[in-house]
Structure formats: C-alpha cells, structure tokens
Design a protein around this ligand. Structure first.
Ligand code: NAD
Ligand code: UDP
Ligand code: UDP
Length: 338
C-alpha cells in the first residue's frame, strides 16, 4: 500500500506496543490527515522533529503545499493528495485525523461535503485504524458544545446545538465523528483519543479564511478597519498553535481516551481582541461593525482541569505573547502579495 515504503526502518508495532504507556516509542509511522492545513502542518513539524515517519493525506481544499513543501526532501516524509471521503490503504501505527475545513466560511461553502468529510472521512480512517491496529486521534471541536448554556464548558457537558442550522454540518458532523470514534473503540477495540479543540491561531493560517484572529490581523496590517460582527460582546478563548500541538501529541501518547478540552482559558470579547490587535500592530487601527452570522455562539471558554490533571498539559502562551509571532508571518505573506 502507498506510504509503507518510507517507514521500513521503524521498529515492529508489536514491539512498540510492549513499551509502557508514556514511554516514547522510537520512530513510529504516523499519518496526519489534513496535514497540509494550519494545525496539521505544525503537528507534522513536531512529529518529524521527534523522529517519526509522517504521511500527510490532504485534498488541498483549505491546505497548501507551501505549508509542507520544506519537508519534501526528507525520506521520513510523504505527501499524498487524497480525499478522505474515499477509502485508502496505508500501513501505519498512529493516525491523527484532522482533515476537515475549520473556518466557518470554509465549512459553510459546501456543507454537504463538510458533513461527508466528517462522517465518511472519519469512518474510513477508523476502518483503516481497525485493519492495521493503529491508534486513532480525532480532532473534534468546542463547537460540539454549540451555543453553550454552561460556562465555562467541561467535557461532561452535552452541548446545545442546532441540528438544522447553517453551522450544523460542522457541529453535528464532529458530534457524529465522536460517536463513530467511540463505537469503533467499544465495538472493534480500536485505541482512540478525542481532543475538543478551542479557537486556535498562529502562523500559516489562511490570510482570508474568515476566522476572527486572521481577519483582524490581516485587516490591521492592510490598514483596513477590523470587522466586528454583531455587538462584539461575544467571547472566545484563543490558543496559540504550539500549545495545541503539544496537547495533541501528549494526548496521543497518553493512556487516556478523553474527550479532552484543549484550549486556552483566557477569555476575550471580540472588542477586547480588536484592542489587543490594535496594541500589537497599529495604534491607529479602527473597527467597523457588521451584522453577525446565524447561530453564532455567545460565549466560549474551556474548563481544562481534566487535561491538567490527567495529561499534565496546559497552555503556556498568552494572547499577547502569541499574537506578535503570527503577525510577523502575516506581514511577510501580505508583503509578497504586493
Ligand atoms: P485547516 O482548514 O487549515 O486544515 C484542514 C485541512 O484538512 C486542510 O489542509 C484541508 O485541505 C484538509 N481537508 C479538508 N477536507 C478534506 C478531505 N475531505 N480530504 C482530505 N483533506 C481534507 O483547519 P485547521 O485549523 O488546521 O483545523 C484542523 C482540524 O482541527 C480540523 O479537523 C478542525 O475541525 C479542528 N479544529 C480546529 C480549530 C481551530 O481553531 N483551528 C478549532 C477546533 C477544531
Ligand atoms: N477502510 C479504509 N482503509 C482501510 C480499511 C478500511 O479506507 O485500510 C474503509 C472501508 O473502505 C470502509 C470503512 O473504512 O468504508 C470502514 O471500514 P470497516 O472495515 O470498519 O467497515 P466495512 O468495510 O466492513 O463496512
Ligand atoms: N468575528 C468577528 N469578525 C470577523 C470574524 C469573526 O467579529 O471578521 C466573530 C464571529 O462572529 C464569532 C467570533 O468572531 O463570534 C469567532 O469567529 P470565528 O469564525 O473565528 O470562529 P468560531 O468560534 O465562530 O468558529
């Protein structure tokens, strides 16, 4: 099967499995679906740096070759253009399943495709995990909590989701993906992990993907007003991408299934976020109010006590520390446009 060739130097899975939980297994064969995207490409960097062999499976809907092109000469790296809605045969030890558009603008573009990606794509990757005995990690989302009636959100909260709204393809798609993941675990004995990721930002986000941090940063750099939707009093909690990637790898290597919230509990209104972007980029930056989109959650903040106590993980980088790192990347890419 495609992909197995780059991994011949790895130790047999049966041997790796006898190592105690938490002990780093040398050079595993890892597939990252969605590995050409924002989060995926940072994860790939980390996995290659720790010595794993990595196969990226991506259809380049929102991902870019630019994000991974620097690995192409690495014999431990392989890039496959493939849509996870279709079956695929690979021989691997671990599967990080990220493939799915994450920005509301992208996932609403073709909602049926988004739902297929979440359901059929996750089913295929779980079928693959079952066949080869790989450990499977699902990147779920804080959106499974919908417009939450509990604040902050704990993993035990079942959520408040509109099943027939314009965000449902993503929210309900990820809820179904979680269901499938647990059913393959209970029914087929697949080793699984579930991460519920809260809003994450950093270098390599698409410049115009419509998410709030990338919008505000690109707008401030282009000397355009920052577009605040609604009254700007809705809240989000923003996590820097390296904290998330550390959390994903820690969860994969742990002995715990989850679900685990992975997010930064620092909570900001959109007007407060605009203020931080203004301080970081341009004291003269202005805001412009626009109508909000349907079903926009009013507030969101993770309770991360479960990840803290069981995974010994917590984010290290505050918004004020993380934003400048993203700004320098955006600055370079916006300059290239001119
Ligand atoms: P992204 O859009 O940058 O990356 C998604 C990647 O998946 C892209 O490379 C895209 O081309 C690929 N992809 C999409 N559909 C595919 C398909 N059918 N087959 C193969 N590849 C496909 O998004 P991201 O921010 O990197 O998000 C990665 C994952 O994390 C997603 O599953 C997302 O739901 C989850 N997540 C992200 C956030 C966040 O704030 N970034 C928050 C919650 C959850
Ligand atoms: N699958 C895949 N790669 C594999 C094994 C399975 O893409 O290596 C797909 C398979 O085509 C199916 C899905 O995963 O659509 C679920 O597989 P499973 O074996 O659980 O179910 P079944 O094939 O019996 O429906
Ligand atoms: N938002 C905004 N201006 C923008 C883009 C988004 O005020 O240019 C708001 C949006 O209404 C939401 C919040 O920012 O309340 C977060 O939106 P995003 O699309 O980044 O992620 P979500 O958490 O909704 O998936």
């Amino acid at each position: 099967a495609g992909g197995s060739s780059s991994a011949s130097a790895t130790i047999p899975r049966a041997v790796a499995r006898r190592l105690p939980v938490g002990v780093r297994k040398p050079s595993l064969r890892v597939v990252v679906t969605g590995g050409a995207g924002f989060v995926g490409s940072h994860l790939v960097n980390k996995l290659l740096a720790q010595g794993d062999s990595v196969i990226v499976v991506d259809n380049f809907f929102t991902g870019r070759k630019d994000n991974v092109v620097h690995h192409l000469g690495n014999p431990r790296f392989e890039l496959i253009r493939h849509d996870v809605v279709e079956p695929i045969l690979l021989e691997v030890d671990q599967i990080y399943h990220l493939a799915c558009p994450a920005s509301p603008v992208h996932y609403k573009f073709n909602p049926i495709k988004t739902y297929k990606t979440n359901v059929m794509g996750t089913l295929n990757m779980l079928g693959l995990a079952k066949r080869v005995g790989a450990r499977f990690l699902l990147t779920s989302t804080s959106e499974v909590y919908g417009d939450p009636l509990e604040h902050p959100q704990k993993e035990s909260y079942w959520g408040h989701v509109n099943p027939i709204g314009v965000r449902s393809c993503y929210d309900e798609g990820k809820r179904t993906a979680e269901t499938l993941t647990m059913d393959y675990h209970r029914g087929a004995g697949v080793e699984v992990r579930i991460a519920r990721i809260f809003n994450t930002y950093g270098p390599r986000m698409c410049l115009d993907d419509g998410r709030v941090v990338s919008n505000f940063v690109a707008q401030a750099l282009r000397k355009q007003p920052m577009t605040v939707y609604g009254d700007g009093k809705q809240t989000r909690s923003f996590q820097y991408v390296s904290d998330l990637v550390d959390g994903l790898v820690t969860l994969m290597e742990s002995g715990h299934i989850g679900p685990f919230n992975l997010g930064n509990p620092g909570e900001f209104t959109m007007l407060e976020l605009a203020e931080v972007v203004k301080e970081t980029i341009d004291p003269g930056a202005s805001v412009e109010f626009k109508p909000n989109t349907a079903d926009d959650p009013h507030m969101r903040k993770p309770d991360i006590s479960k990840a803290k106590s069981l995974l010994n993980w917590e984010p290290k980088i505050s918004l004020k520390q993380g934003l400048p790192r993203m700004v320098s990347d955006f600055q370079k890419r916006i300059m290239d446009e001119i």
